[in-house]
Structure formats: C-alpha cells, structure tokens
Ligand binder design. Structure first.
Ligand code: D9A
Length: 318
C-alpha cells in the first residue's frame, strides 16, 4: 500500500509507521526454520499483516496454535468465497474440512493470489496442526466442524432478519471467539470464558467489517453476497444497491447508523470479556482488534463516505 503517500499526507504518522516497519522486519527475521512453520508464518504475513503483528504478542506454544487456527479458518473462508466452485462440490468440502486438517495428503485447489498458495500448500498447515498438543487440536477441530456446517447452511441463503444476521456472524466469527477462548484455556493461561462473551468478541469484529466493506462488497465482480440484513436496510431502501447512489444519501446514512447501533450492542460483552483476562499478552492480542473496530465504527458513524469508498483507519492511527 502507499506508505510514501501516507507519510506525505500525514507526516505525523511517520513515527508509528517506522515502529510498524521495525516490528514487521523483526517478524521476517524470526521466521522458523522448519518448512511448515516457515510457510505458516510467512503465509500469515501475506494474508494479514496486522494480524501477523498482533499474534506476536503471544508466547510460542499459544502463538503456534493460533497461527494454525487462523490459517485453517482462512482456508475454509477461501472455499466458502470461491464462487466458481459448484455448490454440490463445495458443501461436502465445507462439511469435511475438520477431517482434512488431520490429512497431510489432502488438497483442494481454489481461491486466488495468496489464498491460492495457501490452498495449494495446505499440507504444510496439516503438518503444523499435527504438531500441536491434543487439546489445541481438539479445539481447532471442533470449531472448524461447526463453522463448516454453518457456512454450508448459509450457502444459498440471503440474510433476512437480525436473528439470521447474528446466526451467520456466529458461524463465521463468533465461533472464532469460542475457539480462541478454548485455546487460551487449554494453555492454562486463562479461565474458560462464557460462550456468549466469546461469541460477542467475534460478532463485534465481523459486523464492523460488514459495515465498513459495504461498497467493496457491493461492487465485487462476480457479485459477492451481501450480509446487511434485509430487515434493517428495507426500512431505508427498496434495494441494498440503492444506498450507494448519491440521491439516497440521507436514507443511506440513516441505515448505516442503524447498522452501527446494532454492532455497538456487543461492546458491553466485549469489555467484560477483556476485563476478565489475566495474561497481559493475551489481553493485548484480544484488545488490539477490538480497539481498531471501535475506531472504525466511530469513523463510519454518520459518514456517507462508507457509500463512496472504503473508510479505513490509517496505520499510524491504529
Ligand atoms: C481473529 Cl484466530 C480473526 N478475525 C479478526 C482478527 O481478530 C480476531 C480471525 C481468526 C482469529 C482471530 C480475534 C483476535 C483476538 C481475539 C479474538 C478474535 O476473540 C477472542 O476473534 C474473535 O478480525 C476475523 C473474524 C472477525 C472473522 C473473527 C483481527 C484481524 N484484523 C484484520 C484487520 C482488518 O482491517 O480487517 O484479522 C487484519 O489483520 O487483516
């Protein structure tokens, strides 16, 4: 991305940017020597630079488990998102994914760019998974199974009600919160958090992404699925696409504020979840994405720019 442009436009960001560059250099140097772990951590950097930084907060055992968990989930997402896979092929892959992670020889090519590399070299992820402790493996397997089943359930379904919106977000994000809480507990660093609080941690992040990415998603070719629930947007427009047209700006912003208010309902649970954490490294790992999400929602609230371009916080401000 345009780091030079960012610095020219916002010179005050130079210091946080420099810190980020130093931090990411450090991660590059620390790539493990074993090919599967080297692949796992470099893949993590390729698909998500900020998550690769945040994960460095954790101690080695938990970090390896979270790294594998993240890549397994990204692979599952890649299958879900690939519109060129026929539904009758896709559904069994989603339903069987939790078994494929135990299989060094399983492989299914799909996705594009870094995600294609992740799928083509998925055996590295399986090998890394098999090196995790049994309790970490079980947590990852359980969540992968439930998420795959949830994705399969929603494959051809529009999100109508707010209850369905919460259900979909539970499968793709709330379960991630449950899985991470299990991993923290399995590492004996935390008490097991209540599922409802873990779920809210995922829902808040996912809903923030769904709100922020309106324009990116609606303009995607081939047409991607939209997750704004019909029961919310139909109060403001006849079609969800109409919100991006200048003449509907007022209704669009009212709808946006409705969506933001719905997301904010999870903040109380998120704060309770964070305040119960004991381990300082786990606290930072969990708090950083939540703080970024709060910042993103603050930027989005009452902001018609959400319908004109993608509203993103600048790195220095993160
Ligand atoms: C997370 Cl293992 C995610 N998701 C995130 C990232 O944070 C959560 C995916 C896989 C894992 C973890 C996360 C982090 C810490 C504690 C959590 C938690 O729960 C207790 O998940 C709930 O977004 C994806 C889901 C929301 C679907 C769960 C943070 C992240 N941020 C993006 C930044 C951005 O702008 O999107 O990935 C990124 O780094 O690319």
């Amino acid at each position: 991305m345009g780091i030079a442009k960012e610095v020219v436009q916002h010179p005050e960001d130079l210091i946080p940017l420099a810190k980020l560059v130093v931090a990411s250099k450090k991660i590059k140097m620390q790539l493990p020597a074993e090919p599967h772990w080297g692949f796992a951590y470099s893949m993590l950097q390729n698909v998500s630079r900020s998550f690769a930084l945040v994960i460095q907060q954790l101690g080695p055992e938990l970090r390896n488990a979270v790294c594998v968990f993240y890549l397994v989930l990204r692979a599952l997402d890649t299958v879900e998102d690939d519109t060129s896979i026929p539904v009758d092929i896709k559904v069994p892959i989603l339903l069987g994914f939790h078994e494929h992670i135990y299989d060094r020889d399983w492989h299914f090519s799909c996705g594009t760019n870094a995600y294609k590399v992740l799928m083509d070299k998925f055996h590295f992820v399986a090998v890394a998974f098999l090196e995790l402790s049994k309790s970490h493996q079980e947590a990852i397997e359980d969540i992968t199974m439930r998420m795959g089943a949830g994705m399969a359930k929603f494959i051809c379904k529009e999100v109508e009600t707010v209850a369905e919106y919460n259900e979909y977000c539970h499968y793709v994000a709330g379960l991630v919160g449950l899985g991470l809480s299990k991993l923290f507990h399995a590492s004996r660093l935390e008490r097991l958090a209540p599922d409802s609080l873990s779920n809210s941690m995922g829902l808040f992040l996912q809903k923030t992404n769904i709100i922020r990415d309106y324009l990116e998603d609606i303009n995607e070719i081939p047409k991607s699925r939209m997750f704004w629930p019909r029961h919310i947007w139909s109060k403001y427009a006849n079609k969800l696409e109409d919100l991006k047209h200048e003449e509907n700006s007022l209704k669009a912003v009212q709808c946006l504020n409705d969506m933001v208010t719905d997301a904010l309902a999870h903040v109380q649970d998120c704060l309770e979840y964070l305040s119960d954490l004991k381990d300082p490294a786990i606290f930072r790992f969990c708090a950083i994405p939540q703080i970024m999400a709060i910042g993103t929602l603050a930027l989005c609230y009452n902001n018609a720019e959400v319908f004109r371009g993608v509203v993103k916080m600048r790195r220095g401000k993160k």
